[in-house]
Ligand binder design. Structure first.
Ligand SMILES: [Zn+2]
Length: 245
């Protein structure tokens, strides 16, 4: 994983062409001033994080983003056959694998909602093809988690892990950034894009990635011949057309 870590801040380089060292001896003087890798994406720095926080605090900021939700399925049924400790380390492994995959495609791990993780692409690091970046991150999450599942089953002979897998949903479009919630102030994105991505994730079976028409078109998959189908999503009046990618 260390090999995929950037030596300089990708955000500062992209926006200002300033090479801010994040790792190695050159980063030491920067760390003295509190500039270090961000926890939301370790390939960006705390200066970028501060900018992200400031922009979000300004409220009514609208940004074109891709939002990805990923949720681990079937692990609760494992609690009967595996030690509780093994289940919690499985969840930790899931979060780690999701984070690594999201960072690989320049997304930020915004927060965890219940057992699901929420990732945002195209902010603060810009990518014109962010819907495609989100799909690639989703596929990488599936690949990594499948490898984890295989090794878990190899270590626990006789264990039924057939229901174990990750469901993923992705939508893209304009989202509002801000501080939301009264008791617990939360810096995040809200809007239809976030809701649709979350509902698409809930509709995705283990091992599947469901994306909206907008993601499908903008990622250039329209010529792929996939039909997709209508889903009745919770909280939506009409059917929503989703594609498995
Ligand atoms: Zn930076």
């Amino acid at each position: 994983m260390s090999q995929s870590r950037s030596m300089i801040c990708k955000g500062c380089w992209q926006q200002m062409r300033v090479p801010v060292p994040l790792r190695g001896p050159a980063s030491v003087p920067f760390r003295i001033f509190g500039i270090r890798p961000s926890r939301m994406n370790p390939n960006t720095c705390t200066v970028c994080e501060l900018m992200f926080t400031r922009v979000m605090k300004a409220r009514q900021i609208t940004v074109d983003v891709s939002v990805l939700f990923a949720d681990l399925r079937g692990y609760t049924t494992l609690t009967q056959s595996v030690a509780p400790q093994a289940v919690s380390s499985l969840l930790d492994a899931f979060y780690d694998e999701c984070a690594a995959a999201i960072w690989e495609y320049d997304g930020i791990l915004n927060k965890t909602v219940g057992d699901a993780v929420m990732a945002i692409f195209n902010f603060p690091m810009r990518h014109e093809n962010h819907p495609e970046q989100a799909i690639l991150a989703g596929r990488e999450i599936q690949r990594r988690c499948e490898a984890r599942r295989a090794s878990l089953l190899a270590e626990n002979v006789g264990l039924d892990g057939s229901e174990l897998g990750v469901g993923i949903g992705i939508d893209c479009g304009n989202a509002s950034f801000g501080e939301f919630g009264r008791s617990h102030r939360d810096l995040t994105a809200i809007g239809t894009v976030v809701n649709t991505a979350a509902r698409a994730q809930a509709a995705a079976d283990a091992g599947r990635i469901l994306v909206t028409q907008a993601v499908y078109d903008r990622a250039g998959l329209s010529g792929g011949g996939s039909q997709g189908r209508d889903y009745q999503l919770k909280g939506f009046e009409g059917p929503v057309h989703l594609y498995a990618v």
